[in-house]
Design a protein around this ligand. Structure first.
Ligand code: HEC
Length: 183
């Protein structure tokens, strides 16, 4: 029997459909196989969880004396010995305090970066015009602004110029130095 154009069309469509069904079946079988192989990861019982954690644990642990640490295996023993041998950090230790013998020294160390050139709106040391209205506020305001920090119209004066190691007196000396140099 000779196939008519209609028959040919039906044959072709059938072939394409059969191919698509085959592909679908192959993909399904693959998906099921992969899912079965990775099933271990989905097990939620504690034994397999523990095994998983053990396999992916880092090579080293940071151990801080006086703090509880979760460790596994030999590392735990070694670190307990280490922790026992490590002295407790002195929690009451203060921030290291810088030592200066003059306002100029403080200024050169902590304030000159902004105030010698007038960076970011800082009033330039030695510029009497810029300093006159500031000096007019009185020393206490200047001290306060320099120690605690403040935001003015020109910019931001960070507390102690960003130097937490300075004492309040250090900052007062530096302010006095700047004011004297700017009159
Ligand atoms: C990061 C830059 C920066 C550093 C470092 C810095 N200052 Fe300033 N300071 C400023 C700026 C900006 C202003 C102006 C803020 C404004 O008035 O808008 C200012 C203003 C001041 C004023 C004027 C306050 C007032 O009320 O007008 C004093 C006094 C002062 N600084 C002291 C110091 C001292 C002392 C140091 C060092 C310990 C220091 N500054 C370090 C940026 C800085």
């Amino acid at each position: 029997m000779e196939s008519t154009p209609d028959h040919k069309f039906v044959d072709n469509v059938s072939a394409v459909l059969a191919g698509l069904i085959l592909v679908t079946v192959v993909i399904s079988v693959l998906a099921i196989t992969i899912a079965n192989r990775t099933a271990l990861l989905r097990q939620s019982d504690s034994a397999s969880q523990a095994k998983l954690v053990e396999r992916i644990q880092p090579f080293g642990d940071v151990v801080i004396a006086g703090q509880e640490t979760t460790l596994y295996g030999q590392d735990a023993v070694a670190s307990m010995e280490l922790a026992a041998a490590t002295p407790e950090p002195d929690s009451g230790a203060a921030v290291a305090v810088a030592s200066f013998d003059s306002g100029e020294a403080v200024y050169q160390s902590a304030c000159t970066a902004c105030h010698s050139l007038g960076v970011a709106g800082a009033p330039k040391t030695g510029d009497a015009g810029q300093w006159a209205p500031r000096i007019a506020q009185g020393s206490d305001v200047l001290y306060e602004h320099a120690i605690v920090g403040y935001q003015g119209e020109a910019g931001i004066m960070p507390a102690k110029g960003g130097r937490a190691d300075l004492t309040d007196d250090h900052v007062r000396w530096a302010v006095d130095y700047m004011v004297e140099a700017s009159q």
